[in-house]
Design a protein around this ligand. Structure first.
Ligand code: AMP
Length: 277
């Protein structure tokens, strides 16, 4: 596996790739777990030239969020990526990334930035757009892979890249979970043993909410009931528990392809998850 720490060396490596080979990018913030690795395995299985990036993007964190304590373990990440036979790892510095000129791409906020996580984390999608534009204008992959765990982010990036005219096909991949059902996340390691017991209940509550919606056919009543259940179970705050269509439009009981989205806190740790309804 080649490891490139700057854009110049990355471009030299990218220029060596055979012209007919599919170039795939899997952007990450590192501290890799089986969720990240599932995206990489998908690209590798399809025999694509697989580039993984690790970059903790400060612009997508709010001023009171966890940027300073976001977990890092590059050595371990490199071991995991080598085992999967990833062709190229890109680990740029902040200066390297933010000095790169992307003025050719004019980003205008998308409507879906105002809902779900965008409503509660106003810096998040502008920050994601900024780094995605940088990464994609540097690498210009044929395909890119994103996890359904961050479903709104996946839809956002897909729409953003299309609007800006990037060629990349944007592929989603299902959420990888712990045995308890808890969606894997680098942030889960913030949880104490007691907090983890609460976090482990989230997926079960999502499935109960889904069942209640399908039985009672009254979305808003089910959501009110399960917001209370979540709070009673020890979740300390709920940003949202909401049903939307799979393209993130407002949903009613007759909408097809519905998803249930949740963002909840256990003390300082914010967890997100979503399931099909
Ligand atoms: P992150 O490092 O959190 O920015 O995530 C990098 C990519 O991995 C994103 O596309 C995430 O959606 C994806 N990802 C994170 N956790 C999971 C998971 N549990 N299952 C599947 N994909 C995931």
């Amino acid at each position: 596996m080649k490891i490139c720490k700057n854009i110049r060396s990355l471009k030299i490596e990218l220029n060596k790739i055979q012209k007919n080979k599919c170039l795939s990018l899997i952007p990450t913030m590192g501290y890799l777990h089986l969720g990240h690795l599932s995206l990489i395995k998908k690209a590798k299985k399809r025999k694509e030239f697989t580039v993984v990036s690790i970059f903790i993007n400060p612009k997508q964190f709010g001023p009171k969020e966890d940027l300073d304590k976001y977990p890092v373990d590059i050595k371990n990440d490199i071991e995991k990526l080598k085992k999967l036979k990833v062709e190229l790892l890109f680990i740029p510095s902040r200066k390297e990334m933010f000095d790169y000129k992307t003025s050719a791409y004019k980003y205008k906020p998308l409507k879906i930035q105002n809902i779900l996580c965008g409503r509660y984390r106003p810096n998040y999608f502008p920050g994601v757009a900024d780094i995605i534009i940088r990464l994609f204008s540097i690498i210009n992959p044929d395909k890119s892979y994103f996890g359904e765990k961050d479903y709104q982010q996946y839809i956002f990036i897909k729409k953003l890249l299309k609007k800006l005219g990037f060629k990349s096909k944007v592929i989603s991949s299902k959420t990888i979970r712990e045995n308890s059902g808890l969606a894997m996340s680098s942030r889960n390691q913030y949880l104490s043993i007691e907090e983890m017991k609460i976090a482990n209940k989230l997926y079960k509550f999502l499935k109960l909410t889904k069942k209640d919606i399908n039985d009672k056919k009254n979305i808003s009543k089910s959501l009110i009931k399960y917001k209370n259940e979540l709070l009673n179970a020890g979740f300390t705050k709920i940003d949202y528990l909401e049903v939307r269509t799979d393209d993130l439009r407002k949903a009613n009981i007759n909408s097809t392809n519905k998803r249930l989205f949740a963002a909840v806190f256990i003390n300082k740790t914010r967890l997100i998850d979503n399931i099909k309804v």
